[in-house]
Write a protein that binds this ligand. Structure first.
Ligand code: QAP
Ligand code: CO
Length: 168
């Protein structure tokens, strides 16, 4: 197991579109476990491979209270169910310290591969639906701050740039 380094917004590598996983081998299994370990270490509820600069279509989440229900999604796709949208105060391990309201479809169906290479589908709402949509965006190079006003995004960007300068 290993902790991976998380890219921080506005790092341009977060804009990379990830590629499908073609073979679920030992390297991919290790990556999934490292993503989970890195997510738990950061007190996160979701993490994508994009955020650790590995541009493969993999995301992990754990929305449980006890933090004992890791979920792994390889090559995920999302189908929106119904018209309802819900707003949630989102954060991101790549945008540390900032939480902002984002509106997304309330109910989705996720189809993905598990570590055994088998396809599965689940319906999700509430926090799981938010987390999977947020992480799916990362695989397409999108970040939740893209949904905010230009002013808010610009402020967050400048603050994070300033923090990264002082941290060196
Ligand atoms: C994405 O986000 C998400 O700023 C995962 O200081 C967001 O795990 C899923 C975090 C909203 C569902 C709803 C952020 C931890 C973690 C921070 C995260 C921070 C410490 C964010
Ligand atoms: Co994120």
């Amino acid at each position: 197991m290993a902790l991976l380094k998380i890219l921080i917004f506005p790092d341009q590598r977060l804009r990379t579109v990830a590629k499908d996983v073609l073979d679920i081998n030992e390297e991919i299994k290790t990556l999934c476990n490292d993503l989970l370990e890195t997510m738990y270490e950061g007190k996160g509820i979701g993490l994508s491979a994009t955020q650790v600069n590995i541009h493969k279509r993999i995301l992990v989440v754990d929305v449980s209270e006890e933090k004992d229900s890791p979920m792994i999604f390889i090559n995920p796709s999302v189908e929106v169910l119904g018209q309802e949208e819900k707003t949630y105060g989102e954060g991101c391990l790549s945008v540390p310290g900032f939480f902002e309201e984002v509106s997304r479809p309330a109910k989705i169906k996720i189809t993905a591969l598990n570590l055994g290479g088998e396809e599965f589908s689940i319906e999700a709402e509430d926090l799981l639906a938010v987390a999977v949509q947020h992480e799916m965006d990362h695989l397409d190079g999108k970040i939740f701050v893209d949904f905010l006003s230009n002013l808010k995004r610009q402020r967050i960007k400048q603050k994070l740039i300033k923090i990264s300068r002082t941290a060196v």
